[in-house]
Design a protein around this ligand. Sequence first.
Ligand code: MG
Length: 379
Amino acid sequence: MSNRRNFLKFSGLATGSLFVSKPVSAVEMNPIFKMKSGKPAAMKLRFRPYDLQLKHVFTIANNSRTTTPVMLTEIEFDGLIGYGEASMPPYLGESQKSAAEFLSKVDLSSFSDPFEMEDIIQYIDSLSVGNYAAKASVDIALHDLIGKIVQQPWHKLWGLNRTKTPNTSFTIGIDTPEVVKDKVREADVYKILKVKLGRDNDKEMIKTIRSVTDKPICVDVNQGWKDKNLALEMIQWLATQGVVFVEQPMNKLAIDDIAWLTQNSPLPIIADEAIQTVKDVAGINKIYSGINIKLMKCGGMRNAWKMANMAKVLGMKVMIGCMTETSCAISAAAQLSPLADWADLDGNLLISNDIYEGTQVVNGKVILSDLPGIGIRLK
Ligand code: MG
């Protein structure tokens, strides 16, 4: 009590008036918000489609492609612009058309204070049942804007230690042995490789990689294995090959089989296709050892932050993943990466027409930029 009284006395003396505690809105607090017109500032959302060109044909268990459609968003507010992005690989069911339809419905004009994120994001979420990538593009732009208003990057606002960013894995797609070896050599600076399995040449793929490197490998099966006993045998073999975890080994609906695998597996089993957003985390505890959080699946940074914290409380492993994305969505996800056990944030490195720069990978490790917000600028 006496400390507080002294503080009030001294602050009163120092300023010539007593410190009066009264709620101050962000608009009053921050000179950036003082509009020349005297009217409160309003947020304006803009969006445009963009096609990412992939450096290599990208093959997972059930399809191949050379481009990824994205939607680039901006929220302008009182002279500042927050950048966002929706990445929509076709298998997730969103498209530039569905994103445009969704984003056309978004009207931010009734929100005069961008700091009221919980309200704004609840409003965005209420506009449709799905459209998670489109929602993420608004959420990311809003986070970027807020970070720019307060001139701080999100890892700082979240209280995370920037030196604790993990190494990112680098994905080696399914291909002929010679191409796989080339890709592994090309991935020289990465400390950990990610391999897509789930076909009939899984052992050959691992042996091919092992013929050129002894780096740790993460395995993503994309639901490709059909039989739990064969899956367990494969995982036991993978454990002898320097594999560190197995992601989504079987169909997400094979819940009992996956729970059995997790119980018997020598390696952690990570959920990807089986988890969408915050409400799913508690339900898959004990079925999987951990979760792969992706902004495009969960609707953005705010939900990703909630999921990571919930998983930690439940004792689950946390992985931060991505789609093929520009440095915009990758840098947004990277802000959260000091919380993660593993990061798979190579999506921007797989494309040839990135328009942003931000998070870097230096000697395989995620390095956050000093820029505010999500830490990017236009190239
Ligand atoms: Mg996956």
